[in-house]
Design a binder for this molecule. Structure first.
Ligand SMILES: [Zn+2]
Length: 221
């Protein structure tokens, strides 16, 4: 990561610092900083990609960071502690993954946030990450039904849990789109998002996430 980028990220995080004193580094608990230099460096993108199977085809899946250590702690600080100022620190990772995925000119479609999660957090994580990367989220997906909590389910149960749960907007027809989420675990939700957008007539270029868990769809197949 360049020095200029580091300084820009630290300046952005200082805004969060001013609002949320006392604060500690989201990555390592060092006091009086939203994110220390070492933890910012640990967010340097290391893009990897897999082929995700979706009903009736496949799609390229790009992720910039492993969901472990510092990246996992920063993502959790955003999602669970509401430290939205940290999203700026993940923007370089999302930008790199989008570039590798060939997302230039494509509309970025966030995986929709379940109503209960939105009520709890007050913001939508994928939309926030897209905005902090200087892009606009295009909400072209909606839930057709409520889905159970994915945590604790195995791969097949996750796939069944989300199958048919999303619908693509008619506005998606004929559009080049990239599906964006914060973290991929088994890829079941992303696969459903891709299916729904393709069913609505979209040209889905790729799926992109900031981070991928060790259970991501490429490692266990
Ligand atoms: Zn730190």
């Amino acid at each position: 990561m360049s020095r200029a980028l580091f300084l820009a990220v630290r300046a952005a995080c200082a805004d969060a610092l001013a609002l949320l004193l006392p604060v500690a580094c989201a990555g390592c608990d060092e006091p009086d900083t939203a994110l220390c230099e070492a933890c910012i460096l640990a967010l340097e993108p290391r893009p990897t990609h897999w082929t995700l199977e979706v009903p009736g085809g496949t799609v390229a899946l790009w992720s910039a960071l492993a969901f472990e250590g510092t990246p996992a702690r920063v993502v959790r600080a955003i999602k669970e502690d509401g430290r939205t100022g940290l999203a700026r620190a993940l923007a370089p990772a999302l930008e790199v993954a989008l570039a590798r995925a060939g997302a230039h000119g494509a509309r970025l479609v966030p995986v929709p946030t379940a109503r209960a999660s939105y009520r709890r957090r007050g913001f939508r994580v994928p939309d926030l990450l897209i905005r902090r990367a200087g892009r606009r989220p295009h909400r072209l997906l909606t839930y057709t039904r409520r889905t159970g909590d994915q945590r604790g389910l195995d791969r097949e149960s996750r796939r069944r849990n989300v199958a048919g749960s999303l619908r693509g907007s008619p506005d998606a027809a004929g559009r080049r789109v990239v599906v964006v989420d914060d973290v991929v675990t088994t890829g079941a939700t992303l696969a459903e998002a891709v299916r729904a957008l393709r069913a609505a007539g979209a040209d889905v270029v790729a799926a992109v996430t900031v981070a991928a868990t060790p259970r991501h769809p490429g490692r266990t197949r």
